[in-house]
Design a protein around this ligand. Structure first.
Ligand SMILES: [Zn+2]
Ligand SMILES: [Zn+2]
Ligand SMILES: [Zn+2]
Length: 137
């Protein structure tokens, strides 16, 4: 079974062509994608609402997670361990200033941050900007 169908099956999602196309765009591009990026890639086949709903379902199911970069909200594939119940991210995101791609650094965790009293953290976002390995050559 390929990655695409397997992912939908593991998360108990019915296969629709839009789900397949959105997921395969994430799998093929590898970097984080905004709603606009997906519309650019798939916009001729689906309207924005259908793409938006698909992203929302994927978010809830633990297939993709939110990535905040300096241009706004993007989404990236979760590692295989995410599910509807356990869907937490504390890894660093890296945005390349040359190619403009934002990627998950799955193994680099956000260091512990001491917050002032009374602040309860729920979500962590850390973006590092610089140059990626393919632009560094
Ligand atoms: Zn996740
Ligand atoms: Zn780059
Ligand atoms: Zn990520």
């Amino acid at each position: 079974m390929d990655q695409l169908r397997e992912t939908l099956k593991v998360h108990q999602l019915r296969t629709t062509t839009c789900r397949e196309d959105v997921l395969s765009t994430f799998i093929n591009k590898k970097n984080a994608l905004s709603h606009g990026d997906l519309e650019g890639a798939l916009g001729e086949n689906y309207d924005r609402v259908t793409i938006y709903r698909t992203l929302k379902t994927f978010l809830e199911k633990g297939i993709i997670h939110k990535v905040l970069d300096d241009e706004g909200l993007r989404y990236a594939l979760c590692s295989h361990s995410c599910s509807e119940e356990k869907h937490q991210h504390d890894h660093i995101h890296f945005k390349c200033n040359i190619c403009g791609k934002t990627n998950c650094l799955e193994n680099q965790l956000i260091p512990e941050i001491a917050l002032p009293q009374g602040y309860k953290p729920e979500n962590f976002n850390l973006l590092i900007q610089g140059t990626c390995p393919s632009c560094n050559n």
